[in-house]
Design a protein around this ligand. Structure first.
Ligand code: IPE
Ligand code: IPE
Ligand code: MG
Length: 250
């Protein structure tokens, strides 16, 4: 297959891609601009990547936009990021709807200002019948916080110890009903997970690129898909010559 032709795609396409959109600040710094200019450029990139995912036939896309740890940034930046979420909903909701995108939110909304919280809930409700691309926006999301939240609700529901299983825990996470990510991409050269999808990513393939998020375009995404298509996912089993991964335990 001619991978250099931008029109070609690998045969094996992930069902669910998750992206840690990192490097906005450094993108701006490299241009002598304030960090917020990087966040704005990163926001512009969203449209390109969402469109590319739809074109490539991706069914689920999860974007890490604001972590539970990002509250520790200077107040001005935190407020700027809140404002960006608000603007994105105001400006992009109708187009996302027209493209068949179903918006979902993962994380906690309780720390957001009531007006922003209502806006997010409205956008989720407005797009709920779309199914071309399920777009999970991780905003005020932390993997540990998600597990804490799940355990609290399990206890509140009176679930007995012996009833707790892998599957049950998955159903109590913010991502209930969403298949685990096949591929997690992190831009900007950092080689860590930063509290993203720590349960769901147990067997995800990781792809790291030095490119800063505002520059991560359709062609970069296509490159990541080719890399993914060459990975051999074993899930702890062994690959037999003529079959897929297999194990006696499972
Ligand atoms: C990612 O870019 C966006 C958010 C975390 C909100 P950063 O703001 O982390 O950019 P760098 O890592 O400082 O370059
Ligand atoms: C992870 O990036 C969070 C998001 C991209 C939203 P950070 O820039 O916050 O992570 P660290 O601090 O480099 O681990
Ligand atoms: Mg960062």
């Amino acid at each position: 297959m001619d991978q250099t032709d931008p029109a070609t795609l690998p045969e094996k396409i992930p069902t669910h891609i998750a992206i840690i959109m990192d490097g906005n600040g450094r993108w701006a710094l490299a241009r002598g601009l304030p960090r917020m200019a990087g966040h704005r450029a990163g926001t512009e990139n969203l449209r390109r990547i969402i469109e590319a995912c739809i074109e490539f036939g991706i069914q689920y896309l999860t974007l890490y936009a604001f972590s539970t740890e990002n509250w520790g940034r200077p107040l001005e930046e935190v407020q700027g990021l809140m404002g960006i979420l608000e603007n994105v909903i105001d400006r992009e909701l109708q187009q996302l709807y027209d493209q068949g995108v179903q918006l979902r939110h993962i994380g906690r909304l309780d720390r957001l200002k009531p007006a922003l919280r209502r806006k997010v809930l409205y956008a989720v409700d407005y797009t709920r019948n779309n199914d071309r691309l399920i777009l999970n926006v991780a905003f005020n999301y932390g993997g540990r916080d998600e597990i804490v939240c799940a355990v609290q609700r399990l206890i509140q529901d009176g679930v007995k110890a012996e009833e707790v299983t892998d599957q049950l825990i998955s159903r109590y996470l913010f991502t209930a009903g969403v298949p685990d990510p096949d591929l997690i991409i992190r831009t900007s050269g950092e080689l860590r997970g930063s509290n993203f999808l720590i349960w769901q990513g147990a067997y995800s393939e990781w792809y790291f690129t030095p490119t800063y998020w505002p520059d991560f375009d359709k062609e970069e995404l296509r490159k990541a898909l080719f890399e993914y298509s060459r990975r051999e996912r074993r899930y702890g089993g062994v690959i037999s010559k003529d079959k897929g991964p297999s194990s006696h335990a499972g």
